[in-house]
Write a protein that binds this ligand. Structure first.
Ligand SMILES: Cc1cc2nc3c(=O)[nH]c(=O)nc-3n(C[C@H](O)[C@H](O)[C@H](O)COP(=O)(O)O)c2cc1C
Length: 273
């Protein structure tokens, strides 16, 4: 992913909703699609990527202005589809950022039926999110500014509210996190639906266990859990941060059985030097 450090890309990225009308450059779209097509995720779920034109496919999003290009991903509606999608799509988002291409994760604010038709969605498939691709306008529209304010998009929760040391009643400080400080800080900065930041991580015996703190209204009656996409993003950021810190993160799904109240266990990373 170029020479730029992942932590720098993570710190610098923000959702871009106002674009400058410049068409997406051919070499940028090719690089992004090549990158997306070679991606793998810890769940081994296959994702099919599509580059779409809003004009040609009748696509629109009420929050996006100034670009015609969108990327969408679709996959079979299998177990862990949400986390797998979150993990992979965030890699695409950060790769786009490294090229100077702006993105916004969009799960809701779009004419979904038109997008699903454009990607040729089958009965047993799901298209969790799409993103515009383009170059950020110099100034955000008033709508974008108001939207960011409404969601509190520039804020993130504190380290000690999200990360814990051995048990959920013991907050972890950045200093006490030691070698996990950078990977956890990358999790803290991740984007999430309505900026809810539903990830909680407990560190115990060299392992980081990820949990979901569910908010009301994000779990569909059919079991689809939008906030698990956020957890997939968190896993991606943790892994990138760990690699940058010179660690070897190893993924597993092995519930350690820690008393977690209402939190839902998602996955773990063990890290070695
Ligand atoms: C899974 C997911 C779904 C999202 N859906 C939407 C959406 O439908 N519309 C939108 O404008 N933003 C959407 N967002 C963007 C978030 O609002 C944004 O990431 C968050 O407020 C933090 O702001 P930032 O991305 O600028 O750091 C979504 C983000 C995620 C991760």
């Amino acid at each position: 992913m170029n020479d730029i450090q992942k932590s720098e890309l993570i710190r610098r990225r923000r959702s871009v909703r106002t674009f400058d009308e410049t068409p997406l450059r051919e070499d940028d779209s090719r690089k992004i699609m090549d990158f997306a097509n070679m991606l793998q995720n810890p769940y081994d779920v296959k994702i099919e990527w599509k580059l779409l034109s809003a004009e040609k496919n009748g696509l629109s999003s009420p929050v996006i202005a100034g670009t015609d290009a969108f990327i969408a991903g679709k996959m079979l509606r299998v177990e862990h589809a949400e986390e797998a999608f979150g993990y992979s799509f965030e890699k695409v988002v950060l790769f786009a950022e490294s090229l100077g291409v702006g993105t916004t994760w969009i799960a809701g604010t779009m004419n979904r039926a038109a997008f699903e038709k454009a990607v040729g969605l089958a009965e047993d498939e799901v298209m969790p999110c799409v993103s515009p691709l383009g170059y950020a306008a110099k100034k955000m529209s008033l709508k974008e500014i108001m939207m960011r304010k409404g969601i509190g998009a520039d804020k993130r929760m504190d380290f000690g509210e999200l990360f814990f040391d051995g048990s959920f009643d013991k907050p972890l400080s950045p200093e006490a996190a030691g070698k996990l400080r950078l990977p956890l800080e990358m999790v803290r900065l991740a984007p999430s639906a309505v900026n809810k930041q539903p990830w909680r991580v407990i560190v115990e015996g060299g392992k980081a266990h990820f949990y979901e703190k569910r908010s009301k209204g994000y779990l569909s009656p059919d079991g689809w859990d939008l906030q698990k996409i956020d957890l997939g993003i968190a896993l991606c950021h943790f892994e990138l941060g760990a690699e940058e810190a010179g660690l070897k993160p190893s993924f597993s799904i092995e519930d350690p059985g820690i008393d977690s109240g209402e939190l839902v266990y998602i996955a773990s990373y063990s890290v070695s030097e």
